[in-house]
Design a protein around this ligand. Sequence first.
Ligand code: GTP
Ligand code: MG
Length: 438
Amino acid sequence: MDRSRNGRSAVTPTPAGVAGDSLAASQRARQRAFCIAALPEGEDLGELGELLRTAGVAVVGEMVQRRELAHPNTYLGPGKVQEAKAAAQACDANVIACDDELSARQERNLEEALGLPVVDRTTVILDIFASHAGSAEGKLQVELAQLEYNLARMRGLWSHLERLGGGIGTRGPGETQIETDRRLARDRIAALRRRLEHVKGTRAVQRAERERAALPTIALVGYTNAGKSTLLNALTGSEVGVRDRLFHTLDPTTRTLRLNGRPYLLTDTVGFISKLPHQLIDAFAATLEETRRAELLAHVLDASAPEAHAAIMKSSVEQTLEEIGAGERPRLLILNKIDLLDSEAREELRLRHPDAVLVSGVSGEGLQELGERIELELLHTLRRVELLIPYADGGSLAELHELAGDVTREDTAEGVLVRAMVPARLAERFARFALQTR
Ligand SMILES: Nc1nc2c(ncn2[C@@H]2O[C@H](COP(=O)(O)OP(=O)(O)OP(=O)(O)O)[C@@H](O)[C@H]2O)c(=O)[nH]1
Ligand SMILES: [Mg+2]
């Protein structure tokens, strides 16, 4: 059994079995999930499949019951549970994956009725976060979220693990949790919180450094896999990791973006998803702080997604932004991946979202316009200054060039007369050179 804490699971990491892949491949995968969902008319199960694929689990079958509300005891109605049992057996599934967060009671009842371990959407997402977390802070945050989730549900994680035989739902809380009781779990949670406080201190220092630079900041936000990291790379010439999988980026990365020679800070953040477990929102509060502080939120949307799905993605992002207290920040909508659309589809998008910018992070289309829009949206953070800098003070002049990009200068007897637009928060730094208004 693979119980390595944050290592990848031993499951064959192929997208096997996800819609249309070969049966042979899905049989090779150690974990074969049968997906169940209680969904209102019109919604589909596509995303749970994507999540499982990202977690390295094959999907061998699915069953959707059309209902507005899940059954309080068994999630699906009792008759449907029996049907699901037969169907899961028929396709030789060894785990049941559920599209919603289950209550402890629903989970227990379902496991009993189906005779298979049951993982819910939250567990799958936490599991993906656990395997993608790279930084010390990210790992602590995910472990904390997993422990709290399991503790709140009084889940006997260990018995769960025995039956599951490694793989999904096994990473995170780690060895200690397996033979421990709830008191020990609480101690561990307290210790994790203390360590996180410490790590956050370091982040605060880094942030203070950036704030001294006082450059206007743009945060790229959006649904996971929308292309945020791709855009960061395309705009800043960086090489941040890009993958066609969910939640590839967990740690925020900030790079300098130059537009007309003027520097801005561009931050790539963790992607959102619909029904994002609130434990994760809490755990990632510090990370999301970057989003709350940005002068502009660049909301990246995958414009190549089917309209219904795009609408769900867009509203989940907006809802999450509200939840983290960033709902009021100025927004710029970016419709990405337009290289995948024909001209008719683009025209339709333009009509539907007249304020949005259409771009492709891959082909580079629209990036010029995006840069111009960002400049325009952030114009209000700049202030016009007129300064007289003595010839002896070459340092200040150089700094001004660096920060303001476009600077007009005129040599006079007393020094250099400079006119520039600088970030408002920096204007004080040059106040001593300000020309008296006559
Ligand atoms: N065709 C096309 N593919 C794109 C474009 N932008 C990104 N992609 C692809 O979409 C996938 C996801 O891109 P990322 O940049 O990793 O997306 P992300 O929003 O950072 O995702 P997370 O970090 O997981 O939240 C990758 O396979 C990219 O190559 C685009 O403009 N056109
Ligand atoms: Mg990313």
